[in-house]
Design a protein around this ligand. Sequence first.
Ligand SMILES: Nc1ncnc2c1ncn2[C@@H]1O[C@H](COP(=O)(O)OP(=O)(O)OP(=O)(O)O)[C@@H](O)[C@H]1O
Length: 514
Amino acid sequence: MFRTLGHIGRLGRAAWTLARHDAIFPREYQESLPAPARVLGRVARLVAIRDRASNPGERLARALEELGPSYVKFGQVLATRADVIGAEFARGLARLQDKMAPFPDGEARAIFERELSVPIAQEFAEFGPAVAAASIAQVHRAVTKDGRTLAVKILRPDVEKRIARDIAALRLGARLAEGLFPKSKRLEPKAFVETVARSLTLELDLRLEAASASELKEAAAAAQNFFIPEVDWRYTTKRVLATDWIEAIPLTDTARIQAAGIDPLKLSADITDAFLATALDRGVFHADMHAGNLFVTPEGRLWAVDFGIMGRLEAAERRYLALILHGFLVKDYDAAAEAHFMAGYVPERHSKADFASALRAVAEPIFGKTASEVPMSRVLMQLFEITDLFDMHLQPQLVLLQKTMVQAEGVCRSLSDEHNMWKASAPAVERFMKRELGPEGIARDVIEDLRRLRESFRKLPETLENLTEAAARLKEHPLREPARKRRGVPGWVFGAVLGAAAGAGALWAVLALA
Ligand SMILES: Nc1ncnc2c1ncn2[C@@H]1O[C@H](COP(=O)(O)OP(=O)(O)OP(=O)(O)O)[C@@H](O)[C@H]1O
């Protein structure tokens, strides 16, 4: 009971913060809102701050930053759903920044010593102040007694408890939103909160980030010029992660890149290749490629840090991606469409020719143009529309990949106006296609088909037995409509929390209507 009241209090605070930033029933959506929501929106704007952003997505971003790590993650996941919330809103939300004041060095040192059970002075010749601080962790530069310079990432004290409380409140908010605003079901609030919760749980264990770093380091060998720092497992635990320190220019510092005489076009091509080569060849990719996480040495070597979010693609998804990019690159839309049908991505009832023509409609306008003329983000939005039109279900990992491609494109464009994402994609895609369609790929297909066939044969007796049993049971107990059970929050709780939770529920409703 007290716990539920605590969650309601937290939702109330969230509603207040959202209202202060005019992120509840924003004025831009007035026309499409039902009358009570319009009134609530007007009331909320009475408490709104004056100095607020013009894009509603950006206003939501500012509110979420104020609310802390769980909400920031919530916004980051939401920003990847441009297909649902709209491109404009997603663009504003993508400006979410995860920067915070660092916690005291003394506390960071205490956490390190507690986790490793060793005094810092015994292991390190230097242990500097925080160089960067975000909502979940902060990073220190340190030099070990054996002369290795490390980046030591340390979880914020109490962040685990705080996130657990926020997630519980968000779960309640999602239940209420689904109960009170049936329209919000389109966004699947409960499933959405579970995605956020899962992602945060993984990010709170730095051993998993270390494993991702090591996996990506292996995958980076597939790229032309991409490097990942080595993990120092001696100093890595659930709350501490140590990797080699990268002495290089962050890609946020374009002036220094220029002064160092680095070719921005080549650097952009390296970023594109790094991303596609690891994704296509090895099925893993860095899924948070913002400029602050990328570095370049004066010799032009490209490095990445921060492995909290990693994307993974199954073999089938890698092929889908390669086929679509390849179809676009060589303008063979029929072949790309054919492959989609063969792979079962598009249901048979649709026309292959129509699908090929839809791909052509997206691809033709982009040829020979620079990224600034036809941003990949626009192309990807059109692809989303096609997927809808042809009842294709996009895997969440593909959506994550598309979001990262847009992010990487933004970085490339900040480096050079001349960058053409499509041209830069070609080498990695062609390498992949040659391998997949060559003898090696065909042999792998045949083996996979045989394996599946053998598996079906092996399961045949079991399947037949299950069918016989099911038929017998059906004969004994013919199907009856099961009595509907009502689960969930009792009515009085609904009444009591309505006011406090309206904000969080309203957010969902707004997004659902957006
Ligand atoms: N190996 C490294 N070498 C040099 N600097 C590093 C290294 N790792 C991290 N940093 C610095 O610390 C910053 C934060 O690191 P990281 O991105 O891993 O943490 P984070 O908590 O996920 O932050 P954010 O959310 O801002 O990406 C990086 O942007 C970079 O400036």
